[in-house]
Design a binder for this molecule. Structure first.
Ligand code: FEO
Length: 400
């Protein structure tokens, strides 16, 4: 237990081992934390818990600092079990204690735990008096689940933002100013790109709504990673940037290859882009050998995405197909795209990818480029020219 502000304690778990999250859907190279907070005022409130495997450890640990029967209120900002997992064990001991959550939270918590706890549904603006301090609730639907909620502690000026503004970053250092800044912001943008991108339209509205409350913010306490105490609004500024169809001067090329023909095409296209625009960042990823969440983060940063696959069984390679499904769900906006790939006796891959890119919301720059068998010098020259055209059509600042 660490006191982060007067009468407010961190009682969470640092998970150094975690390497996959959401099943196998999200890589966590740097582990994570499940942040739970205890406010010990005249009344005692527990805000969120930890992931289910750490439930027993969490409750044992909590007992060292507070008699569980003295917990007056439990706040469940979000029902996903990385935050609500500890409730199962805790509520066995204090079954009558009220659980404050949104109306959707009641449904999701019941859906996960099949228990009829003493739920108290709350709405934006509702307040819970703890003595001198109050907790004010702020619903945040679809950031990133229907039940998601923030709460704000008066007097200490703390925003408990749950998943928002979080990062999968294990650290014993606890605060944003103490950790490696490159690692911190890499994990923040990866988190945004892979989890929040589909809901970008709601991010700006929610931030504006919170700003209109006109309350001071001394710290932002997310449910994963470090607490923002040094210039806490810097991460809010980043979220505003990221929510507005974010693009850097980058083109990302994602492909898979069987006998290196499509790889050669990718490299020739990259060469063409660089020769036409030496300021553009070009990154290549063989998707079957790359971390899909790191690649999605690079796509998030890009102004254009080029996707390549040889034709295989009249379609595309499975790693590319998985990637196409991933970007479809992320709903990127205002990004350009094109397809490429080799073929032998039938040539479906470029059309399959092009259709996939279009239906994923990308603007197609070209019909795509195909190369038969192993690309020869002439084919590679065409790829270089294709890259040049892509560079010209996406050149900053005159984007098309
Ligand atoms: Fe960290 Fe949506 O759970």
């Amino acid at each position: 237990m660490k006191e982060i502000k007067k009468d407010v304690y961190w009682v969470g778990k640092v998970d150094w081992e975690l390497r996959k999250f959401h099943g196998d859907e999200y890589s966590t190279h740097r582990g994570t934390t499940y942040n739970s907070y205890l406010v010990k005022e005249k009344k005692t409130a527990l805000i969120d818990t930890v992931w289910s495997p750490f439930s027993a450890e969490f409750v044992e640990n909590l007992k060292k600092y507070v008699s569980l029967k003295e917990i007056d209120y439990v706040v469940a900002n979000h029902a996903e079990i990385d935050h609500s997992g500890g409730l199962a064990e805790l509520m066995e001991i204090i079954p009558e204690t009220p659980v404050y959550c949104t109306k959707s939270g009641v449904k999701s918590l019941k859906g996960h735990f099949h228990k009829d706890w003493n739920f108290v549904p709350v709405k934006t603006g509702d307040k819970l008096n703890l003595g001198k301090k109050e907790l004010m609730f702020i619903e945040a639907p679809m950031l990133h689940w229907p039940d998601s909620m923030f709460c704000y502690l008066t007097e200490e000026n703390l925003l408990f933002s749950n998943d928002a503004f979080g990062q999968h970053l294990a650290s014993e250092l606890m605060y944003n100013d103490l950790v490696d800044q490159a690692e911190l912001f890499q994990e923040c943008i990866k988190y945004y790109a892979n989890i929040l991108t589909p809901f970008s339209g709601l991010v700006e509205k929610k931030i504006d709504e919170f700003k209109s409350l006109n309350v001071p913010v001394d710290m932002i306490c997310p449910s994963h990673g470090v607490i923002w105490r040094d210039n806490p609004l810097q991460i809010v500024g980043k979220y505003l940037d990221w929510s507005k169809n974010y693009r850097e001067n980058q083109i990302t090329i994602v492909y898979d290859t069987m006998w290196n023909g499509t790889r050669k095409m990718a490299e020739a296209i990259a060469k063409g882009i660089k020769s036409a625009d030496d300021k553009a960042v070009v990154k290549l990823f063989n998707i079957s050998r790359s971390d899909k969440n790191d690649v999605a983060t690079e796509v998030f940063k890009s102004k254009a995405l080029l996707v390549g696959s040889p034709t295989f069984n009249r379609g595309i390679l499975s790693a590319v197909a998985g990637f196409m499904e991933q970007i479809r769900g992320l709903k990127f906006k205002e990004k350009k795209a094109a397809a490429f790939g080799t073929y032998g006796w039938s040539a479906e891959s470029v059309d399959v990818i092009s259709k996939g890119l279009e239906s994923a919301g990308f603007d197609l720059l070209e019909d795509g480029i195909k190369s038969i068998w192993n690309p020869d010098e002439n084919s590679l020259k065409e790829c270089v020219d294709f890259g040049k055209e892509i560079a010209v059509k996406t050149r900053f600042p005159n984007r098309q």
